[in-house]
Design a binder for this molecule. Sequence first.
Ligand SMILES: [Zn+2]
Length: 481
Amino acid sequence: MTTATTVIRNASWIIGWDEDNSKHIYMQDGDVAFAGDRILQVGSRFEGEATNEIDGRDRLVSPGFVNIHSHPLSEPMNKGILDELGSPRLYMSSLYEFMPLFRPDLEGMQACTEVALSELLQSGVTTLVDMSVAYDGWLDLLGRSGLRAVATPMYRSARWYTKNGHVVEYEWDDAAGKKAMDEALATIDAADKHPSGRLSGMIAPSQIDTCTPELIRDSVAVARERDIPFQIHAAQSIVEFHEITRRHGKTPVEWLDDLGVLAPGSIIGHGIFLNDHPWVHWPQARDFDRLRESGVAVAHCPTVFQRRGITMRTVGRYIRSGIPIGIGTDTYPHNMIEEMRHALINSRVISGDPYDLRTHHIFDAATVGGAKILGRDDIGRLAPGLKADLFLADLRHPAMRPVREPLRSLIYVAGERAIRDVFVDGRHVVAEGKALAFDLEDAQDRLEAAQRRAEEQFKSLDFAGRTHDQASPFAYGLSTR
Ligand SMILES: [Zn+2]
């Protein structure tokens, strides 16, 4: 059997790779060819035999995005409830008071995942770090999606809760944390062996404040031993900053340093509340320098934080100082391009400077930057011999026109609307803007039903016995006429 060869003929714009300068480069009016899972040629005329030919006129050909932080199993549920909900007595994070109350059941998780994976594919994501608590059928859904997926089963030693809306408490169970870690390692083994060949694993104790020091140290050791990436949520809220300083007399970043986390191969989600963040008033530490000197990476997911009035200060500063930054979609919408746009805007608003963060910085973070953080040199850019993970955007889409600068049209205006086709491993996974693996409308119906079920149980879980619409009131009252 011969390998099918596809050529995208006469692409108007291509984001190729400049090997000499190790950066993306624009090319115009050339071909992109791939056979099996590998790229054969980028730019100029492909003279080889092609089994499939795609008309590239009026198309931008781009490397697919590498998304290093997401929670597909739960986040689609939160649309309509968390959009503008903070906890006024917990520094406006909704992590502690509200997020544990609005959760999907197993059917809901499956529906959430199908919706999130479809949306991610449709926004040009080809590699996804999926941080879920493992559930039946998870790896098969990832395999089915066609994505290159890093299964990242989360585990922890404690859950957080509040009895009054102003103090966060932790219910500890060390043994359960250790057991969950063992199960996560087994899940990672299963991902490595998955018949799709596109799954791998990442070690992820959930959060700095919910895991014992031993669990985090053991996790780092296993990640290093297996040479796979590691990720932990840290420096993500004021509550957590205070909790870690109260427990250890150290900032979250200093505590991560003690635990051996700060090193290449580790990722901090989300690394916002460093000691120099103006809200924490903790001048006698050097968190930013520790990040910069250590090689640890940060997963930047601005959308979920900006809703609560929170942002990194600034992602431009982190990137320019050499801290490896990757982009993730921590929440809905599972739209990588919108996330990139928010990163750019937040950085400029906080710095007051449109030069604080430029389009190329964030496109690099979402492609080669994320790839490098995951330890991969075969994705995130288009060059012969690398994986055929790419997307085509329609330059004739009204939101893209006039096309003077295709990436700016895409990121600042069109977003996912212009993306027509996506390929992973050379396999066509999005056609005509639709993810082929799932029936999105059917998944949305199941998600809708799961959200109604979650609404019903909300009151029984809330410390104050509120209903979901008392906790997160609608924008307008509901007429009873
Ligand atoms: Zn997260």
